[in-house]
Design a protein around this ligand. Sequence first.
Ligand code: NAD
Length: 340
Amino acid sequence: MVEVFSAVVVGAGGISNAWFPPLKAEGVEVRAVVDLHLETAKRQIAKYDLMAEASDDFSAMLTRHRPDFVVDLTIPAAHGQVTCTALAAGCHVIGEKPMANSMEEARQMVRASEESGKLYMVSQSRRWTAQHARVCETVRRGRLGVLTTANCDFYVGAHFGGFRDEMASPLILDMAIHHFDLARYFTGADPVAVYARELNPAGSWYRGDAAASCIFEMSNGIVFSYRGSWCAEGCHTSWNGDWRLIGDGGTLMYEKDQDPYGQVVTDDTGGFHRPLAELDVPAVVLEAEHMHGALREMLHFLRTGEPPQTECHDNIQSLAMVFAAMESSARGCRVPVQVM
Ligand SMILES: NC(=O)c1ccc[n+]([C@@H]2O[C@H](COP(=O)([O-])OP(=O)(O)OC[C@H]3O[C@@H](n4cnc5c(N)ncnc54)[C@H](O)[C@@H]3O)[C@@H](O)[C@H]2O)c1
């Protein structure tokens, strides 16, 4: 018999449209939808035809419905409070990225998970993408030899309105967290130190810095270079970024969400350019992608106890890259990436 799990969803804004369909597809019993604006919660319940209570009182919903887990889809500034409240009430939590608005808050969330004995995982949705799994597998199987370098370019002109326009570092905190986490996923390496420069280009429609250049030193001596802007009009890259990974045996390119491709050295016996062959990029099939993939890992944890890849002790390393980059930019120097 398939076990049915129950959830309370907090935050019924834009991204909840990506969560209700997989929650329904997986047969999760959504018992309540909570939002600061009751009408917003009611609207989503009606839109997705849910048998759920609409509320603006999160604590009351936890007490009344005692869900197995909470889905935190609130804005970044609310993640700490929502997650800690849910963990203290004995619920597991799957929450949207970024984990928190500060490292202090994120560390508190990790401690709250440890103290409660409940899981807190961050949905870093871009990990659950077949193309990304192919890049990861290529590196993991050593097809590029020993990896030395990862570059990512991200250039999009995005006119959101809303909370991002007011954030101090919208690119680094709200978007680059995806790319920094992908860099860890692709390379299998963790961050050591960073030199970064954030800026808000002339003509930007953001209040905070919407562009940045960062050089990360990663474990195993890998260097990860990141260039990005959220206010670059024209010639956009993919939202996933355009990537170049280099090992001592060859190069992989992943651009515009197209199939990853590359070249590897076939014969190291001499010549100005070594002879090259097409890189063999393995095919990978994922049963579920994006938020659905993240949700599947949460449900798998509930059934087996196996921790998801973006469990908070892991994911805080991606967040630490964010705050170290911001600190480096503010201080104008290289800084170590400190996790706990
Ligand atoms: N994974 C992705 O690709 C992706 C894409 C977009 C957004 N996100 C993330 O999802 C989160 C939400 O983004 P969004 O675009 O849906 O924002 P949004 O502003 O559209 O919606 C947020 C909702 O949360 C509600 N809310 C805020 N604080 C609350 C609280 N304390 N209690 C209850 N409700 C509260 C707001 O009223 C609002 O309805 C952010 O962390 C964002 O970074 C992730």
